[in-house]
Structure formats: C-alpha cells, structure tokens
Design a protein around this ligand. Structure first.
Ligand code: SAH
Length: 340
C-alpha cells in the first residue's frame, strides 16, 4: 500500500497516473488532505464512489493521531501525537498577534544531547518521515482553525532538522504547495545546532527557510561542553558556514543563545558574542533556560538577562529575549520529551 501522505503533489499525481487515474484527482486529494483536513478517502466526496473504492484497495493515508492536547494559561497549546509505529512526539501551537506559529518536531528524540535540553536526554529514537512532519502541521492547522490563514512554521520541536535533511526538505515542499497550505518559505524557520555540511546543502535550496542557529556559547571549550556536536563542527566553522548562507533582502540569521546562570551569562560572554557576530547579518534571541527535572542548570535572573541584552544592544547587535511560552504545560523550548 502506498501512503499518499508521504508524497508531494507531483508524486501523488504520478502515483495515480501509474494506476491509470487522471492526474487532477491527485490535486483533489491533496486539497482534501491539507485544505480541508480530511484524510479518509471515503469522505472525499468529489471523487466518484468507484474511484474511492478502488483507491482504498491500493493506497492509505496516514495522519499522526492526536492523543492529548494541553492548553497553557497563556494560550499556548501542546499536542501529543502517536505515530503509526506507536512512537510519541509533541508539537506546539503558539498564538500571538499578528503571527500564529506551529512548532513541529523532526525526529523522535534527538542525537545531539545538548546539556540543557530534555529532548536530548532521550537520545535519537528515529527520524520522522516527511509525511509525519507535514502531518503535524495538517492536524494543528485544523485543530486551531487556521487552515485558511497564513501561519508560521518553526522547526524547533523535538529533533535536529539538519540531521534528518531529506525528510525535512520534502515536508517543506509539501507545505509550500499551492494546492496545500501554500506556506511561504519566509514563514518557515529552521533551527539547527550547526550541522555544518548540511548548512552548505541548505544554501543551495530553492525553498530556503529562515535560519536560526543554536550558538549558546562563545568559546570552543564552553560550547564543547554545552553542545557536544561542537567537537565535530566548531564555532569557527559554524560562523564561517553562516557567512556563506545566502540571505534574503534585509534577511538575518537568528542566533539562539540559551542563558545558563553562572555558565555563559557574564558581561565577558556578551562582549565575546558581539565580537563573534561582527560583520554578520545577525540578530540574537536570548533564551533564559527553561528549567526541568534532570537538567543541571539554573535560569539566570531577569537582571542578568537584561544586563547581557544591553551589552549586545549597545554594540549594535539586534537582540530579543524569547518569551517563555507554555511553561506550565512543559511546552517551552527544551521541554519536549515523550519518553515518560
Ligand atoms: N535541534 C534544533 C532545534 C531545537 S530548537 C536546535 O538545536 O536548534 C529549540 C531551541 O531551544 C534550541 O535553541 C535549543 O538549544 C533550545 N533549548 C533547548 N533546551 C532548552 C531549555 N531547557 N531552555 C531553553 N531553551 C532550550
């Protein structure tokens, strides 16, 4: 059985053509799936009964099964999904005005093992398929009633997107399709820990998302301990790869910087960060640590965060502090883990 949810629109049309079914039916099915959130062939009423019955014998359509939805006091919602093999993943809806954002996972667990991240504690269980990545957006868009509106997609859930490159790029293609949601790549942000060779590949893509880089440290020794992949691709190589990224007009790379009390939050750290980013089209997003059981770091006080941000701003570095959304339901950055 071919799983139609794993196909982009052209592949879907080709699959139907191979079965002797006219291609335009592929467009119809794609619209049902994305625009109307219907993944049951029997309900695709603009296909003839005969065609539906025939397809039911040769194809399936898999959608992540929503098994729990928790809503935070700030409106953020966390979705727990069961996948076809029983594995669990989480996605988050972050409402804001004017932008609505879906934060989706790209892997079950993560191999990167950043010292402060709960997902990393799970290790990598498996990659998600393109259909599972796009499927989270399908379900969230319909659960939130936003399927007809534009929304942002951030690849900032569980997993390292550039460690699952092909599936991630295919899911972006599926989401960008005009017969689906038509998500403009400008509304997509891919966050990476810095898988340097994959960044070079990304630089060549047509559907180039915005890039966020999880920097988190300013010296090699410090980053080696916080973000272990630094031992393979160090800060120097990472910054070099960032310099080579093509950017849109007025585009900038976001550098995420988790703030850990007494570890990387001093004025000297801030000044080193200024120096490191010199000459780059960059903005910094400070992420005061979201604490969790099993994470041996502390969140710095707001004053310490402000002092750090002020040093950046005084040196003409654009800086923002990430609002921590959904902490009461463990939906905030670094808190996604389904290995209970
Ligand atoms: N693997 C990708 C995608 C994850 S995005 C990446 O590393 O970029 C999630 C962001 O939240 C990353 O910047 C990550 O380092 C950060 N993060 C992880 N644990 C956190 C925590 N406990 N508190 C705040 N931010 C955290």
């Amino acid at each position: 059985m071919t799983d139609l949810a794993e196909l982009d629109r052209l592949e879907l049309q080709q699959t139907l053509a191979d079965l002797g079914v006219p291609r335009f039916h592929g467009t119809q099915i794609y619209r049902w799936l994305y625009k109307r959130g219907v993944s049951d062939l029997a309900r695709m009423t603009d296909l003839s009964r005969k065609l539906r019955a025939r397809l039911a014998e040769t194809v399936t359509i898999t959608t992540p099964e929503l098994i729990r939805k928790e809503v935070s006091s700030d409106g953020t919602a966390k979705f727990l999904f069961r996948l076809a093999d029983g594995r669990l993943i989480e996605s988050v809806y972050i409402p804001d005005t004017p932008a609505q954002t879906f934060c989706v996972s790209t892997q079950v667990g993560c191999a990167m093992r950043c010292a402060f991240c709960l997902t990393g504690k799970m290790g990598l269980i498996r990659n998600l398929t393109a259909g599972e990545i796009a499927g989270q957006v399908r379900v969230l868009a319909h659960e939130t009633g936003l399927a007809d509106q534009s929304f942002n997609v951030v690849l900032m859930g569980m997993g390292e997107p550039l460690h699952n490159y092909d599936a991630v790029m295919k899911s972006l293609r599926m989401l960008a399709d005009k017969d689906g949601f038509g998500v403009n790549p400008r509304r997509v942000t891919l966050s990476t820990v810095g898988v340097v060779p994959a960044m070079a590949k990304l630089a060549e893509e047509d559907l180039m998302p915005n890039l966020a880089v999880s920097l988190h440290a300013t010296t090699e020794a410090q980053r080696d301990t916080l973000v272990p992949i630094n031992k393979k691709y160090d800060i120097e190589e990472l910054i070099d790869a960032c310099r080579k990224m093509p950017l849109r007009r007025r585009g900038k790379i976001t550098f995420e910087y988790v703030m850990l009390a007494g570890e990387n939050d001093s004025p000297a750290d801030a000044r080193r960060l200024v120096k490191l980013l010199r000459g780059l089209k960059a903005k910094v997003n400070l992420l005061p640590l979201n604490e969790a059981a099993g994470i041996d770091f502390k969140r710095p006080s707001d004053d310490v965060v402000d002092r750090f941000a002020t040093i950046l701003a005084d040196n003409d570095v654009t800086v923002s502090v990430r609002k921590s959304r959904g902490r009461d339901i463990r939906a905030a950055c670094g808190q996604l883990a389904t290995d209970r």
